[in-house]
Design a protein around this ligand. Sequence first.
Ligand SMILES: [Zn+2]
Ligand SMILES: [Zn+2]
Length: 245
Amino acid sequence: MFFGGGQRKDTGRGKNMDIELPVTLEDLYNGNEKLATVKRRIVCRNCKGKAHLPRCAECGACPKEKKMVHRRAGPGMVVQQEVMVESKEKCKREDKRLTATIEKGMPDAEEIVFKYESEQKPGQIPGDVVLKLKTTPHPMFTRSRDSLSMKIAIPLRAALLGFETSFKHLDGHTVTLKRTTVTKPGQVIRIKGEGMPKHGTPSEFGDLTITFSVDFPTTVEAALAQGLEKLLPTFSASDLRILSS
Ligand SMILES: [Zn+2]
Ligand SMILES: [Zn+2]
């Protein structure tokens, strides 16, 4: 991944470089190491007297520096004034590789700080590079803190008679789901311990909630209708109820 020219925040010293670091839910579940390369200006420590060497081929002027000067402002009066002066140092741009450790269960928007790794400028303490985690959407799971949620569509027959299914979790382990009772459309079940690992105590996990939808057949053919009429309980007008809103 390659970054450069992120947003900068003003602090007392050099400015911080704030960079968004995309991470997957798998990264946050399992933990991972992410490499981020930042483009930054550094003050060259090798230029003095050796600027002709190849490693200094791209060294150039540093940004101007602030300097306090005393200036005569009239007879017997001296004022102190801040002026910008050319720097005596040489600067160059470099690609700095930073390795961010994504810990299990880290929350979205967590900031991983690399102290003093931002742009350098002579006479100034550099700011930090701040990598802010940004979770990319997952096709299957939605995260809310330590909880995960997902949606499963099941056929009508499975909704009425029960079913067994399985899916792969974020670390590849198989979660088996077995239901022997009726599952209603919109019904939510909770599976303990199949959510996200808790940041700081990754041996503990949140829960997974599953919301079911039921795929009804779009048509019922005559033969099927006949069979269903025999199978399903009859109903009367009073079974069709208008519900209060
Ligand atoms: Zn140099
Ligand atoms: Zn599991």
